[in-house]
Design a protein around this ligand. Structure first.
Ligand SMILES: NC(=O)C1=CN([C@@H]2O[C@H](COP(=O)(O)OP(=O)(O)OC[C@H]3O[C@@H](n4cnc5c(N)ncnc54)[C@H](OP(=O)(O)O)[C@@H]3O)[C@@H](O)[C@H]2O)C=CC1
Ligand SMILES: O=C(O)[C@@H]1CCC=N1
Length: 268
């Protein structure tokens, strides 16, 4: 028996992040399509993205909330107030999961006092069950609701519960990280093509290399520097590439990228 067979989940906003979560839940067979509801701005696009796979398109947020036990706030942060205010009276018995980056517990509590909510930052690899959900430690779910929700999310992601002060930085590494990693992947693809590989082959090799390197670190616990050293033979080929990356400022660029994101978030 599937422990989530009676759950319904509704997405307020059905863009990149909501679709990734829904896809992950379907891919991992945690939910069936008919357990998933969503609303968005563009009705035709919403229908294409939901009904073709057997999910329910809802006309508005009120319909979505009414039909869902778990309500996922998946609009852009600046839209949260506008979307949530008209459904406030329907939220009393719901588990509210915000995925809006920069919408922590305090902001949601001010907007939706007395409701059961938790703020999180997921990432797009949830679509293939390999994601991360950074969840804020401070929330207003009951113990049962928290365990039901995190149980569900853990089927498609690593669920990391963090204190409020560290949610932002963690969310930047894991939530924005897929964009940064994809740039590295794309660059390796270009490099492969420069040297005669087909783009498809270059991307396939680079993707598996990135996934495998991450897994090697997770499973061995080896320091990333030691992992790098173990590839570089003295006087060999890899060290020449490593030196080129250092001259190109790879590490500094990565540090600057995370600083830039955090700086933008803190200006809000
Ligand atoms: N993308 C990512 O990797 C991550 C995103 N997030 C967070 O997820 C949230 C959504 O981001 P993302 O999915 O990328 O953004 P998208 O722009 O892809 O999706 C936003 C969705 O909101 C819908 N929308 C706009 N206005 C309304 C409205 N009035 N009522 C209902 N729905 C509406 C849009 O509808 P339509 O499509 O019809 O225009 C769209 O489906 C953000 O708060 C972001 O911070 C967090 C972590 C990672
Ligand atoms: O760029 C954004 O706004 C969202 C938040 C985290 C990842 N993407």
């Amino acid at each position: 028996m599937n422990e989530y067979q009676d759950i319904t989940i509704g997405f307020l906003g059905y863009g990149n992040m909501a679709q990734a979560i829904a896809q992950g839940l379907l891919y991992k067979e945690v939910l069936k399509p008919e357990q998933i509801y969503a609303c968005a701005k563009n009705w035709d696009k919403l229908c294409r993205n939901t009904q073709d796979q057997g999910m329910h398109a809802c006309r508005d947020a009120r319909e979505t909330v009414s039909r869902s036990q778990i309500v996922v706030i998946a609009v852009k942060p600046y839209m949260v107030k506008e979307v949530m205010e008209p459904v406030r009276d329907l939220l009393q018995d719901k588990i509210i999961l915000s995925v809006a980056d920069g919408y922590p517990f305090d902001a949601l509590e001010e907007l939706l006092p007395g409701t059961h909510h938790i703020s999180s930052i997921p990432n797009t690899p949830v679509a293939v069950g390999e994601g991360i959900f950074i969840c804020e430690e401070q929330h207003s779910l009951t113990e049962d609701e928290f365990s039901l929700l995190t149980g569900l999310l853990s089927r498609i992601s690593l669920v990391q519960v963090l204190d409020s002060a560290h949610v932002s930085a963690a969310g930047t590494i894991s939530g924005c990280g897929p964009a940064f990693a994809s740039m590295f992947l794309e660059a390796l693809g270009d490099a492969g093509v420069t040297h005669g590989l087909s783009r498809q082959m270059a991307y396939a090799l680079a993707s598996q290399m990135i996934a495998g390197t991450g897994k090697l670190h997770l499973m061995s616990g080896k320091h990333p520097g030691a992992m790098k050293d173990s590839v570089c033979s003295p006087g060999g080929t890899t060290i020449v590439g490593v030196a080129a990356l250092e001259r190109g400022g790879l590490r500094a660029a990565v540090l600057d990228a995370v600083d830039a994101v955090e700086c933008k978030k803190n200006k809000k």
